[in-house]
Design a protein around this ligand. Structure first.
Ligand SMILES: *[C@@H]1O[C@H](CO)[C@@H](O)[C@H](O)[C@H]1NC(C)=O
Ligand SMILES: *[C@@H]1O[C@H](CO)[C@@H](O)[C@H](O)[C@H]1NC(C)=O
Ligand SMILES: *[C@@H]1O[C@H](CO)[C@@H](O)[C@H](O)[C@H]1NC(C)=O
Ligand SMILES: *[C@@H]1O[C@H](CO)[C@@H](O)[C@H](O)[C@H]1NC(C)=O
Ligand SMILES: *[C@@H]1O[C@H](CO)[C@@H](O)[C@H](O)[C@H]1NC(C)=O
Ligand SMILES: *[C@@H]1O[C@H](CO)[C@@H](O)[C@H](O)[C@H]1NC(C)=O
Ligand SMILES: *[C@@H]1O[C@H](CO)[C@@H](O)[C@H](O)[C@H]1NC(C)=O
Ligand SMILES: *[C@@H]1O[C@H](CO)[C@@H](O)[C@H](O)[C@H]1NC(C)=O
Ligand SMILES: *[C@@H]1O[C@H](CO)[C@@H](O)[C@H](O)[C@H]1NC(C)=O
Length: 818
């Protein structure tokens, strides 16, 4: 039986998040984000950031807000709407909760440029610094150890908030910050579980945005705190991966798992809470970005966002992407999750060349668990729990849950009750007490009504020695992620292994004619599951990580931009948690959690960008992006090509740029890339203006910019990758390199042509002075039409050992230009 990838619900909690559900009722209200003509405050005048306390700023902001209110009053019927926000810093517009017919009126109103329905925002879960080679490499360059890594940099997080009492975010008065962050203007908003002392010097600012959430749902005050406090855990997890303090001990259920450190442990944290346990809206996220830009964060981390493309605008021109464009214009490095909808092609939710989209990979750490059968066979499994009593000396009675039904009692004899161990009242307490009980991963888990928490509860109530959660052979393998169990337990997701356990059990169990078990002689013990092994092949692109190609609109027509951009660790990452754990009952009470997702990969890149920015303060976001991309590696820890997990469990294939972008991030090399390719705000506008699918008036409406310039081909945007989504005949693509090294260097240029093409470079070598720049012409010619994308690369090898690598992705459509 081939096991399809059945995602186990408890850990992939990102999938469980409630989103805004819009029913088909014609006049159901929804949130609409409206952009208007006229400059927002931050761009008023010369485009530089203005003093927020100046009279000019305040007066202009008031004019904008008044114009929003006047428009609403004149265009809509009173009582038919409520305005949630006026956006005025980086976007000029507002969010309004109203009906589709009123929204239609807004579309036709004067000076309205764009109306977009809010499609909701979702959350896209240590040892990772060692795996990336940080402590010896980069941290040493930064001043000897983790003492200074990230000093002076403020990382902003738009997420579920933060748990301010967590040791990862503690301020150490014995080790005060020495850097000056006067460029940052944060503030601390207090509220439930978030007193003023929460902004402690490590956390330098904390705000929350809830008008969207409050418009579409009734918030539950026991979990949806109107304060920056994180009741979910996701925001704390993400913040600690990027900027958590160094060397924080990870202790769960009394077991010490090692120490956790953020990538940039001395960076400062600014919190923008925009997603609540009950709901997340794009409106609150956009409002949070608007504020973060105004406050002046250096880096913006978005492990949240819509998980589907906009309905009727281009992907690049949704309000979310426009907000990121203006953040980039303000000099902010913007990093976002590529999405968790892999491995299907075109499943990325990161589209635009001005934000870095991060894919997720495994690390080489695994937690091998095992169950030992009475006949000496050991079966492997997954589960972060201690061994059964007397492991190595003692075996315990092994029983199958459906064989130990309580004789009397009125309960439904359905799988969740019986074989899935969801309800203690179904099982015979005398038999299961002190036994290892086999529970089955059946229908209830597939339709998400059964949980591991319920099994653990049953085990505790009835005094199991331990439990073994096995795959149901009728359904195939399932995906098991390590979860800390408070009782001994293990998951055996592999049907081949399950069959050995069940066969052994049946051989040792006597049954009478009707099939009722009369004597149990099978025995088993569960081994230690909490001790890590560092033997795994890694990195491997995670199955759930969203894949390219990038596309132009919801019709998924590929475009000439590479997504995802980069691969970083996002599988089974230990980081800070919030004990309330409002969305994940299996993790309630814990201060740390082991989670997976592109949400976890994203802050790794945010932290690394902070280190690069600290080391090279004058670098622009695109220079940092280029440094991270051109130095990434395509090889894993064993020197083999990085593999990507496919849709069948256990299947994998060699990664392409659509799985891992430029490759796996290599922070120490990114500090000193030799050459960089840079691009700026005007270039992004020219890029948008050169897309045949987007009308210049639409670009003007979304960005406020005229199409003064166009690129002669969209692929000429100076990105650290080359993508040609429909190549007919031949095309010359240009790239410009700048030497950021301190010495002149000679580079040799070489190309590995994608199948079906031949790539010629001009020049084939060049010498470049410090700060000098050099143009490279890349001619790609189709030699044979192919039925999909093919891949190659350009490599510039420097005489001082810099290697600059640029991935090439080409769809050779025909050999002629027509
Ligand atoms: C751009 O906005 C104007 C109003 O400012 C509107 O009349 C026009 O239809 C919009 N154009 C596009 C292409 O969306
Ligand atoms: C911080 O740096 C800014 C500009 O570099 C300077 O004007 C300011 O005085 C400094 N503040 C402190 C407290 O050193
Ligand atoms: C609010 O959340 C708490 C904790 O999750 C839950 O017990 C309660 O039922 C919720 N209340 C409502 C009205 O949903
Ligand atoms: C889920 O499966 C269980 C077990 O078959 C069944 O009792 C329950 O009704 C199902 N729930 C849903 C929502 O399909
Ligand atoms: C234990 O029993 C299982 C099931 O019959 C069998 O596959 C396995 O080989 C046995 N182990 C030993 C060591 O005999
Ligand atoms: C399941 O286990 C068997 C035997 O241990 C192994 O050959 C097989 O590769 C495993 N399947 C997966 C998907 O790991
Ligand atoms: C386009 O030209 C106008 C008028 O010269 C100028 O104000 C604007 O900044 C230019 N826009 C871009 C993106 O170059
Ligand atoms: C996407 O763009 C293409 C090309 O401009 C157009 O034909 C198609 O209708 C668009 N799809 C949507 C859903 O807007
Ligand atoms: C390119 O073509 C060769 C020979 O036909 C084939 O072995 C190889 O797998 C192809 N590579 C890609 C990336 O398609």
């Amino acid at each position: 039986m081939t096991g399809r990838a059945n995602v186990m619900p408890p850990l992939c909690f990102t999938l469980l998040l409630v989103s805004v559900v819009f029913t088909s009722f014609a006049e159901e209200r929804a949130i609409y984000i409206v952009l208007m003509e006229g400059d927002p405050v931050a761009l008023y005048g010369d485009g530089r950031r203005l003093d927020v306390n100046s009279e000019v700023f305040k007066a202009h902001a008031k004019r904008l807000v008044d114009s929003h209110d006047q428009l609403l009053q004149s265009a809509l019927e009173t009582g038919s709407y409520s305005k949630l926000y006026s956006f005025k810093h980086i976007l000029n517009g507002f969010a309004v909760h109203t009906t589709p017919s009123q929204a239609q009126k807004l579309k036709e109103a004067p000076r309205v440029k764009l109306v977009e329905r809010d499609r909701g925002a979702k959350l896209m879960t240590t040892y990772t610094p060692q795996f990336l080679g940080l402590p010896q490499g980069v941290w040493t360059q930064e001043g000897g150890d983790d003492h200074n890594a990230g000093e002076g940099i403020v990382i902003g997080f738009v997420d579920t908030g933060i748990n301010p009492t967590h040791p990862s975010f503690a301020y150490d008065p014995l080790n005060p910050f020495t850097s000056n962050i006067s460029h940052f203007l944060g503030a601390c908003k207090t509220g439930p579980r978030f007193p003023a002392s929460s902004c402690n010097g490590k956390i330098v600012s904390a705000k929350f945005f809830s008008a969207g959430a409050q418009a579409v749902a009734t918030l539950n005050s026991t979990v949806d705190f109107l304060s920056p406090f994180d009741a979910v855990g996701h925001g704390s997890h993400v913040a600690s991966i990027a900027a958590g303090n160094a060397g924080v001990p990870v202790v769960v259920n009394g077991f010490y798992y090692g120490r956790a450190s953020g990538m940039a442990p001395r960076a400062r944290i600014a919190i923008y809470k925009a997603v609540y346990p009950t709901v997340g809206t794009l409106t609150d996220v956009v409002s949070a970005i608007d504020q973060a830009v105004l406050d002046g964060v250096d880096i913006l981390t978005l492990s949240v966002g819509p998980d589907e493309p906009p309905e009727d605008t281009a992907t690049f021109l949704s309000t979310f992407d426009i907000a990121m464009l203006f953040a980039r214009r303000a000099g902010i490095f913007v990093v976002q999750a590529a999405g968790n909808q892999g491995p299907a092609p075109s499943s990325v939710v990161s589209y635009s060349p001005w934000a870095v989209g991060v894919a997720s990979s495994s690390t080489d750490r695994t937690y091998p668990g095992s169950v030992l059968l009475g006949n000496g066979t050991k079966i492997e499994g997954v589960g972060l729990s201690g061994p059964t009593f007397g492991y190595g000396l003692l075996l315990h009675k092994l029983v199958l849950a459906k064989d130990v039904l309580k004789a009397s009692g009125s309960f439904p004899r359905t799988p969740p009750y019986v074989e899935e161990c969801q309800y203690p009242e179904a099982l015979d307490p005398n038999v299961v007490q002190g036994s290892v009980v086999i529970c089955t991963f059946s229908e209830g888990f597939y339709n998400r009504t059964s949980t591991i928490t319920a099994i653990i509860n049953t085990a505790k109530v009835l005094g199991f020695m331990g439990f073994v959660l096995v795959a149901n052979p009728n359904y195939g393998d399932f995906i098991a992620e390590p979860i800390p169990f408070g009782v001994s337990g293990i998951m055996v997701p592999n049907v081949t292994n399950v069959q050995v356990i069940l066969q052994y059990y049946e051989q040792e169990t006597c049954k009478e004619e009707k099939g009722f078990a009369t004597r149990f002689a099978a025995k088993a013990a569960i081994g230690e599951g909490r001790v890590a092994s560092f033997m795994g092949q890694a990195p491997v692109v995670s199955r759930l990580s969203s894949r390219g190609p990038d596309f132009i609109n919801s019709s998924r027509i590929p475009c000439d931009v590479l997504k995802p951009d980069i691969l970083a660790p996002g599988h089974q990452i230990w980081a800070a948690w919030s004990p309330i754990s409002a969305l994940e009952p299996t993790l309630t009470g814990y201060n740390f959690a082991l989670l997976s997702g592109t949400s976890m990969a994203t802050p790794h890149v945010a932290g690394i960008a902070a280190l690069i920015k600290q080391y090279n303060p004058s670098w622009t976001p695109s220079m940092i992006t280029s440094a991270i991309s051109t130095t990434a590696t395509k090889y894993d820890g064993d020197g083999e090509f990085i593999m990507a997990e496919g849709s069948d469990i256990g299947s994998s294939y060699p990664s392409t740029p659509f799985d891992f972008g430029a490759g796996f991030v290599s922070p120490s090399r990114a500090m000193d890339p030799g050459l960089v390719l840079s691009s700026g705000y005007e270039d992004y506008i020219s890029f948008l203006c050169s897309l045949p699918e987007i009308n210049p008036a639409t670009t003007r409406n979304a960005t406020g910019e005229l199409c003064n310039n166009t690129l002669d081909h969209p692929a000429n945007l100076n990105l650290p990758s080359v993508t040609l989504s429909a190549l007919k005949g031949s095309q010359i693509v240009r790239r410009t390199f700048t030497n950021v090294g301190s010495k002149p260097e000679t580079y040799l240029c070489s190309a590995l042509s994608p199948n079906g093409t031949i790539v010629d470079l001009c020049p084939t070598w060049f010498r470049i002075a410090p700060q000098g720049s050099q143009e490279l012409h890349i001619q790609v010619k189709v030699t044979q039409a192919m039925d999909g994308f093919t891949f190659g690369e350009i490599v510039l090898t420097g005489s001082l050992n810099h290697i600059v690598r640029i991935p090439l992705s080409v769809f050779p459509v025909s050999t002629s230009n027509t």
